[in-house]
Design a protein around this ligand. Structure first.
Ligand code: THU
Length: 170
């Protein structure tokens, strides 16, 4: 039997058409991109995370001469947000990238590793995380991490835990 996914998202021609709180978060991501350290890729990414209490944590990608040692803007912001507010849900994240000081023409989507971290952030908070992805030509809004990462891995199956283990999360 064939089964299909459809991925629902909103698309706007300009960030001025977003809900005010979404636009604020996207503006924070665009501003955060200025803190990027990207001497190797010259690709400056900013991410802004909104907590349930309204607090905003933003960050940017940080590269390293040993390439894999660097980190994406999204994971940097998510990990700091969880460190600062360990028990608080994240409700939204905005992402935007700049090249030569200008917001890119096309959206920059989170890499696979960041999607996996987003998945656990959503699980941990127990609330859907809204994802706002900006660019100079369009802005896309997804209402859950599951839109970005269907068929997610989020725990070991019961069988892996053995008969005595409760295999509990967290
Ligand atoms: N990067 C991010 O920070 N976020 C993304 O969503 C995609 C990629 C960074 C990693 C690296 O510093 C640079 O962009 C080029 O891949």
């Amino acid at each position: 039997m064939e089964r299909n996914f459809t991925i629902r998202y909103e698309e706007y021609a300009s960030s001025s058409l977003l809900r005010p709180e979404e636009k604020r978060l996207l503006d924070a991501a665009i501003e955060a991109a200025d803190g990027s350290y990207a001497p190797y890729s010259h690709f400056n990414v900013g991410a802004a995370v909104q907590m349930e209490n309204g607090a905003v944590i933003s960050s940017a990608n940080q590269e390293n001469a040993a390439y894999p040692s660097g980190i994406c803007a999204e994971r940097s912001a998510l990990f700091y947000a969880h460190s600062k507010y360990p028990d608080m849900a994240i409700v939204a994240i905005a992402i935007a990238a700049k090249c030569n000081g200008k917001v890119t023409q096309t959206p920059t989507y989170p890499c696979g590793a960041c999607r996996q971290v987003l998945q656990e952030s959503q699980l941990r908070g127990g609330k859907n995380i809204k994802i706002i992805i900006g660019s100079a030509t369009k802005v896309q809004v997804l209402d859950s991490v599951s839109r970005l990462l269907p068929f997610a891995f989020d725990n070991l199956p019961q069988e892996a835990a053995g008969p005595e283990s409760e295999n509990k999360k967290g």
